[in-house]
Write a protein that binds this ligand. Structure first.
Ligand code: FAD
Length: 400
C-alpha cells in the first residue's frame, strides 16, 4: 500500500457543508468576478473592491482559525474556493491566497504575540501579506539564497534582494528568508536559514518593479530589496536556523492550493470547449458532431477528473497533518494537475481553432496561466524530488 497505510487513506472527506460553501463561492464568482475578467486581463491588475468583496463574504479567512478572526475551515474549503475561482480567473486565486504563504508559517511556527498581531487583519482582508524566499540567484535551491541577516543592536540586520514575490506590491507584511549562519557542511546546506517578519514601512525595505510574466495577468510578482533592514528579535518565526524547514512546510500546504488552481483552470477550459463545440458550425454541422472533437472533450474530462480526485484526496490527507504520506499526496497532486492543465489548455485552443489563439477569445490565457502553475511552489522536478525524499523516509527510514 506504500505510501498509504490502509484503504481508508483513500477517502475524500467532503460533506454537505462543503457543497453549500462551493455554491456560495460560485455565486461570488458569477456575480462579481466573472464580469471583470476581461478588465483584469487587459489592465493586468485586480481591482481592490473585488478583494474587499471577497473579504466581506468571509472568503479571505479560509484556513485561519476562528480565534484569529478566520473562518476556521479545513483545507478542503481552501481547495474548493481555489477551484471555483480559478475556473474563471486563476490570477484572482493567486492574489487572494498568497497571504497563506505568510499566515501558514506564522500560525504553525510563530509566537502567540505574532499570531495575534498579524493574522486577524489578514483574515478580514484589511491587510495583505507576501512571502519572500526566491532571489535572482536561487529559486528551487532554497539553501542557495544570498540574503544575510546578522545580529545587531538587540535585533537583526537584513541585507539582500528577493525576486518574483507575489503580492509584494500590496503587502503590508512579509516573511523573508535569510541566512543567519554558515551551513555546517555541504550536505547540510539547508541549515542556518531563518525566517523573519518584516513590516512594510520598515526603513530599508523597498518593493521594486513588477516582473511581467507570461500568465496570471492581474497577479504579477515584484522585486523586493532589503538594504540594512533592522528587525527586533521577536520578528523571528520559529527558531533561529529553522527557516528552511519552515519554508518547506509552508509549500507542502500550499501545493494542494496550486493543484486546485490547475483543476479550476481545467474546468474553465472544459466548459468553454463544450459550449463552443455545440455552437460552432463547420461543414454545415456543429463541430461537436466530429468524432475528433468528441475525443478531445472526453480526454479533457479524463484529465480534469483524475486531477480533481487526486487534489481533494491530498487536501483530505493534509487536513490530518503534515505526514510523509500527506506531503507525497500534495506533491503528486501538484505534479499531475499542473501538467494536465497545460495539456487541457492546449486542447482547448485546438478545439477553438483561430478563436483559441485570439487574445480576446479568453481561451489562450489559460495556457499562459498553466505555465506559471507548473513553476511556482516548486517545479515538476522539485515535486519529484520531494516525493522521493518522503517515500524513502517512509518506506526505508532513510534521509535523502
Ligand atoms: C509568477 C511567479 C510567482 C512567484 N511567486 C513567488 C513568491 O511569492 N515568493 C517566492 O519566494 N517565490 C515566488 N516565485 C518563485 C518560484 O517559486 C520559483 O520561480 C520556482 O521555485 C523555480 O525557481 P527558479 O525560477 O529559480 O528556477 P531554477 O531553480 O533555476 O530552476 C530552473 C530549472 O532547473 C530545474 N532544477 C532546479 N533544481 C533541480 C534539481 N535539483 N533537479 C532537477 N531539476 C532541477 C528546475 O526544475 C527548472 O526546470 C514565483 C515565481 C513565479 C514565476
Amino acid at each position: 500500500m506504500y505510501p498509504l497505510d490502509s484503504l481508508l487513506d483513500l477517502k475524500i472527506e467532503v460533506s454537505e457543508e462543503h457543497e453549500v460553501f462551493r455554491r456560495k463561492v460560485r455565486e461570488f464568482v458569477t456575480q462579481y468576478l466573472e464580469p471583470r475578467v476581461k478588465e483584469i486581463e487587459s489592465t493586468n491588475s485586480i481591482p481592490n473592491e473585488l478583494l474587499k468583496k471577497a473579504a466581506e463574504i468571509g472568503l479571505l479567512g479560509l484556513g485561519i482559525p476562528e480565534e484569529y478572526g478566520g473562518q476556521g475551515t479545513d483545507y478542503l474549503y481552501t481547495a474548493i474556493y481555489t477551484e471555483e475561482v480559478s475556473r474563471v480567473c486563476p490570477a484572482f486565486a493567486t492574489e487572494s491566497l498568497v497571504r497563506g504563504l505568510f499566515s501558514i508559517p506564522v500560525l504553525l511556527f510563530g509566537t502567540e504575540v505574532q499570531r495575534r498581531r498579524y493574522i486577524p487583519p489578514l483574515a478580514t482582508g484589511e491587510k495583505f501579506a507576501a512571502h519572500a524566499t526566491t532571489e535572482p540567484g536561487a529559486g528551487s535551491d532554497i539553501a542557495g539564497i544570498q540574503t544575510r541577516a546578522v545580529e545587531r543592536e538587540g535585533g537583526w540586520l537584513i541585507n539582500g534582494q528577493k525576486y518574483f514575490i507575489t503580492g509584494a506590491d500590496r503587502a503590508d507584511f512579509f516573511v523573508v528568508l535569510a541566512r543567519t549562519s554558515d551551513p555546517p557542511s555541504r550536505k547540510e546546506r539547508w541549515r542556518g536559514l531563518t525566517m523573519f517578519i518584516v513590516e512594510r514601512g520598515t526603513p530599508g525595505l523597498r518593493v521594486g518593479e513588477k516582473i511581467h510574466v507570461t500568465g496570471l495577468r492581474g497577479s504579477q510578482p515584484s522585486e523586493v530589496f532589503l538594504d540594512n533592514v533592522w528587525v527586533p528579535h521577536d520578528s523571528v518565526v520559529g527558531e533561529v536556523g529553522d527557516g528552511f524547514k519552515i519554508a518547506v512546510a509552508t509549500y507542502d500546504y500550499g501545493r494542494v492550493g496550486i493543484a486546485a488552481q490547475a483543476v479550476g483552470l481545467m474546468q474553465g477550459v472544459f466548459e468553454r470547449v463544450l459550449q463552443y463545440s455545440v455552437q460552432r458550425i463547420a461543414f454545415e454541422r456543429p463541430i461537436i458532431s466530429f468524432q475528433s472533437i468528441q475525443f478531445h472533450i472526453v480526454d479533457m474530462l479524463k484529465d480534469l477528473q483524475a486531477s480533481r480526485l487526486m487534489t481533494y484526496w491530498a487536501a483530505t490527507l493534509i487536513n490530518k497533518g503534515l505526514t510523509d504520506k500527506a506531503v507525497i499526496a500534495a506533491s503528486l497532486a501538484k505534479l499531475l494537475a499542473t501538467e494536465l492543465a497545460e495539456r487541457v489548455a492546449s486542447r482547448g485552443i485546438e478545439v477553438h481553432g483561430g478563436m483559441g489563439v485570439a487574445i480576446d477569445g479568453q481561451v489562450e490565457r489559460y495556457l499562459r496561466d498553466s505555465q506559471v502553475m507548473k513553476i511556482y511552489e516548486g517545479t515538476a522536478e522539485i515535486q519529484r524530488l520531494t516525493i522521493m525524499t518522503h517515500l524513502m523516509r517512509r518506506v526505508f527510514g532513510v534521509e535523502m
